[in-house]
Design a protein around this ligand. Structure first.
Ligand SMILES: [Mg+2]
Ligand SMILES: [Zn+2]
Length: 185
């Protein structure tokens, strides 16, 4: 029997959950949670939203870390999120290098479409919170609503795309929209 599609809050990882590094997160010690991102994840859980991470990690495709090392970093990340009362349902990774021609590296919609198939996601009701133009493009390609986070405006993003300072503010926006449009209407 087909499952009823449900909405998901997709989150980019670097620059949304943890601080982005120019030299990329290559070890657990380099993963620094952004202020309030753990609070935001707990708030999403309190709202009963399903959270799925979609992240480009060309560090794997370029041989800077192994796929197993990335899995280990993510396991520890999930542990910390859980300890703080949050929950991440799944992490989808594009491990490919730029120019590899894969269909999953954002701005392509591959990770979102795969999640939609595997988790039965209603993409049109879903949101993607990211800090890059490529996140917005991936969201739009998949038919999700983008929300941009960051202190500075992201070059190239349409003015009608919601833009807030950080994940906590994005969650506040999601919560206030839910109040305006009750589920099921
Ligand atoms: Mg990012
Ligand atoms: Zn890929």
């Amino acid at each position: 029997m087909p499952c009823p599609p449900e909405r998901v809050i997709f989150l980019d990882r670097d620059g949304v959950i943890n601080r982005k590094r120019k030299d990329h997160v290559r070890s657990w010690g380099q993963l620094e949670f952004l202020p309030r991102s753990l609070d935001a994840l707990r708030a999403l859980r309190d709202l009963d939203e399903c959270v799925v991470v979609v992240t480009n990690q060309s560090v794997v495709g370029r041989g800077l870390i192994t796929a197993a090392e990335l899995v280990a970093i993510h396991e520890r990340m999930l542990e910390v999120v859980t300890r703080h009362g949050g929950h991440i349902e799944r992490i989808y990774v594009c491990p490919h290098a730029r120019g590899h021609g894969c269909v999953c590296r954002k701005p392509a919609a591959g990770l979102l479409l795969r999640a939609a198939r595997e988790l039965c996601v209603d993409l049109e009701q879903s949101v993607l919170v990211g800090d890059s133009l490529t996140d917005v493009q991936a969201a739009q390609a998949a038919g999700c609503r983008p929300i941009v986070v960051g202190e500075r405006p992201v070059v190239g993003v349409d003015l009608h795309v919601a833009s807030v300072a950080d994940l906590r503010e994005a969650v506040a926006l999601i919560a206030s929209d839910r109040r305006r449009v009750p589920a099921g209407c």
